[in-house]
Ligand binder design. Structure first.
Ligand code: 5AD
Ligand code: SF4
Length: 476
């Protein structure tokens, strides 16, 4: 497929948006000149892809002259970058936006915006239009690169702006990124999704799968390493289908090998993998490349073949388990994690028991567990869903208990072993406590000097429960 068909953002459009950044900068200087720099609060919900979008918005705002804050009381611009994957996330955002009318009443110069996956949906945008007059501008995921133009409109037109035009999506290179972390950097390698799992809103709000060229990905990976980051997280809704829409370019395993070949002491992680596209070649690549972490996040969603078919997942539990077995055989010390949905429409207790069986068989180190949430526009939204919420909650708790035991056992087995960990931060409560992550994704708390943050150190695990793992620093 040609570059043109992939709808890469044109150089002209890129220049047009760059001009809007300059124009916004001029306007912002006049508007907020009395308390320079103006402060923006950008809050991203949901997945790492969305957080990365938020980092791009912050990059553009930074070029306009904005500084950043977490304090609603001092913000000149509040932008919620939303998630649509479950209803809870949406409800929360409506709650927060509702409260913002007080801030607007106090500060007439305050601008409020809503963007991201939730904003991309028409029924949400209509609701904001009707019931939340405090919101000045709304734009969806497809309009991200047009943010400078949208924001210029909000600064000049004195009317509310709604830009949620739907499309298959474009690839927009060159948008500045203001990364939130200093140790781990996320790197999107593809956008959108073609899978249409029947429960999932993502293909409706993020368009079709489109891969960035390997040249662009590798350039960004080199920049990340040169800036001193210790970990690169490659992002995509389904990284395993990277490159399928490109002509004469790399496949995902080839891309991984190319990133692995970049000189430097850093780690590579990736998410999310779809089991139907997870190949033995990919697993061999993980096994053979020393920088790729021996942790695989492979969402299974359900252990019941009947439900997997209803979900449109295109694999059976047996196929899934054989992939896991292959990976366990090839990759030393590998750990797995997964996403599980409980209470999909029509799921029976027997189906749920199949999920529990699979979890006990795979023995994940950790699970992201969700109760099914009905999403407008998806196939599952019109399926019969007779099981009451109270029953689903019981299953959910049962699942958590099963996983709690497994995590506990796995971590107990690690006591006495020494791991190379990347020190990510100081402990949540205690500044002398550091938190580091092993290659296979165990987070260990241990005592050490805060100056070690950002370095690789050796840590022996001394105690463990499913809640926390404690260790002690070991001389290299
Ligand atoms: N309800 C509950 N969980 C969902 N997920 C996606 N859509 C839904 C939904 N409608 C979960 C899946 C996915 C993760 C990111 O969110 O488990 O892997
Ligand atoms: Fe990410 Fe999906 Fe949520 Fe969008 S809807 S923020 S793609 S998890």
């Amino acid at each position: 497929m040609s570059e043109k068909k992939r709808a890469v953002l044109s150089q002209e459009e890129y220049s047009r948006q760059s001009k809007y950044i300059e124009k916004c900068g001029d306007l912002v200087r006049v508007r907020y000149g009395d308390h320079w720099p103006p402060l923006a609060l950008v809050h991203s919900y949901g997945c790492q892809q969305n957080v990365n979008d938020g980092e791009k918005i912050m990059g553009m705002l930074s070029q306009m002259g904005f500084g950043f804050t977490d304090d609603l009381n001092v913000a000149d611009l509040i932008l919620y970058n939303t998630c649509a994957v479950r209803e809870n996330a949406e409800k929360k955002v409506f709650g927060f936006v509702g409260e913002l009318s007080h801030y607007k009443a106090r500060n007439g110069n305050l601008l409020i915006g809503l963007c991201g996956c939730m904003a991309q949906q028409e029924h949400i945008s209509e609701k904001i239009k009707k019931s939340y007059p405090q919101v000045d501008f709304v734009f969806g995921t497809h309009a991200l690169y047009r943010f400078p133009e949208i924001f210029y409109g909000a600064l000049t037109q004195h009317k509310r702006i709604f830009d949620i035009e739907n499309s298959d999506g474009v690839i927009a290179e060159g948008i500045p990124v203001r990364r939130l972390g200093k140790i781990q950097a996320s790197l999107p390698i593809m956008y959108g999704c073609n899978n249409f799992c029947t429960y999932c809103v993502v293909p409706l709000v993020r368009g079709r799968e489109r891969s960035r060229s390997s040249k662009d990905v590798l350039r960004e990976a080199r920049e990340i390493v040169a800036s001193g980051y210790r970990e690169i997280m490659l992002l995509g809704q389904n990284v395993n289908s990277y490159g399928k829409d490109l002509e004469d370019d790399l496949s995902f395993p080839e891309l991984l090998r190319a990133i692995n070949a970049i000189p430097g002491d850093f780690r590579i992680r990736f998410m999310t993998s779809h089991p139907k596209d997870c190949t033995k070649e990919l697993i061999d690549t993980v096994a053979e490349c020393e920088k790729i972490c021996n942790h695989i996040h492979l969402p299974v969603q359900s252990g019941s073949d009947r439900i997997l078919t209803e979900m449109n997942r295109h694999y059976t539990s047996e196929e899934y388990v054989s992939l896991i077995d292959y990976a366990r055989d090839k990759i030393p010390d590998v750990m797995f994690s997964s996403d599980i949905i409980v209470g999909f429409p029509g799921e029976k207790y027997e189906d749920f028991c199949e999920t529990v069986k699979l979890i006990k068989r795979v023995r994940y180190a950790s699970l992201f567990t969700f109760i099914y949430s009905k999403r407008v526009g998806t196939k599952a939204a019109v399926m019969e869903d007779p099981v009451p919420a109270s029953e689903k909650s019981k299953w959910f708790l049962e699942l958590l208990e099963v996983q709690r035991k497994i995590t506990n056992e796995l971590y107990q087995n690690c006591i006495g072993r020494t791991y190379r960990v990347l020190v990510e931060r100081t402990g949540d409560q205690d500044n002398h406590l550091l938190a580091g992550r092993t290659e296979n994704n165990i987070i260990i708390d241990f005592e050490g000097d805060p100056s070690l943050v950002g370095q690789f150190v050796m840590v022996e695990i001394v105690s463990a429960s499913n809640r926390s793992v404690r260790g002690r620093l070991v001389k290299k």
